[in-house]
Ligand binder design. Sequence first.
Ligand SMILES: Nc1ncnc2c1ncn2[C@@H]1O[C@H](COP(=O)(O)OP(=O)(O)OP(=O)(O)O)[C@@H](O)[C@H]1O
Length: 279
Amino acid sequence: MQKDNVLELNQIGVRFGNRTVLERIHVEIKAGEFVGLIGPNGAGKTTLLRVILGLLSPNHGQVSVNGKPVRKSNRAIGYVPQKIHLDPDTPLRGRDLVGLGLDGHRWGVPLPSRSRKKKIDEVLSAVDALRFADAPVGKLSGGEQQRLLIAQALLTDPQILLLDEPLSNLDIRSAHEVVRLVADISKARGIAVILVAHDMNPLLSSMDKVLYLAEGHAAMGTVDDVIQSEVLSQLYGYDVEVLRVRGRVLVVSGQDTDGGVMDLTGGSHCDGHEDVSNL
Ligand SMILES: Nc1ncnc2c1ncn2[C@@H]1O[C@H](COP(=O)(O)OP(=O)(O)OP(=O)(O)O)[C@@H](O)[C@H]1O
């Protein structure tokens, strides 16, 4: 392992029954690097996060964090799960939701209340959420709730931050804001970030590298190196085309049953079909 790698996945393979979901995935990530984990439905993105979190043992290969084998409940890793559903009447303020992260068993002896408040204020400030920290969480927008979940993940001062589809259900503007926030935190604190998304467009100007998963395989590098028809066709195992339309990127194939063009990684707020029909 190179000494400046904070995370290394060495030839990871995962099978469920006789289905291979991940095959010999090799990834190295340095401190402060922002990586977008992109791929179509079922490509294994969440599975890869579960392996990194130590929640799933791979059938093959090893994960190292700071040169040591990964283990569960690792405080070096902050995790933002897929969006949680919060009822509008949930009787919790923003800061209470963040504070739940301090109450987990991971922290052992509870913090005295003054240090507790200081820590919660510090992470709320890092995600620019102090202004709505006392509002009921259920009444906050999706982007504001997402900021609170990121704040919660920062409580352990992690070196690695994993975010599982934080942009789904957000409008384009909020998605861009969340991405910019994560990129700023990553650079300011030297945190390595893996952010899972179907649609890479909101990430294009912020991510240092893209880790593209398809058909069990991965390609990793800069957007210019990886998001190319030739590289992705090899990954998918059939011809796909990378289209650049009005500054947006679409990965399409002519493989759908009607013989039409299919958007392979369009997210919920990137209506790829619309763009394709407008070509
Ligand atoms: N515990 C499990 N047992 C059996 N199959 C599983 C299990 N977990 C995941 N899978 C399968 O592995 C594949 C990859 O799933 P995963 O959730 O990692 O994909 P993903 O890329 O995150 O997809 P999406 O974008 O739809 O969330 C899927 O086909 C899924 O059904």
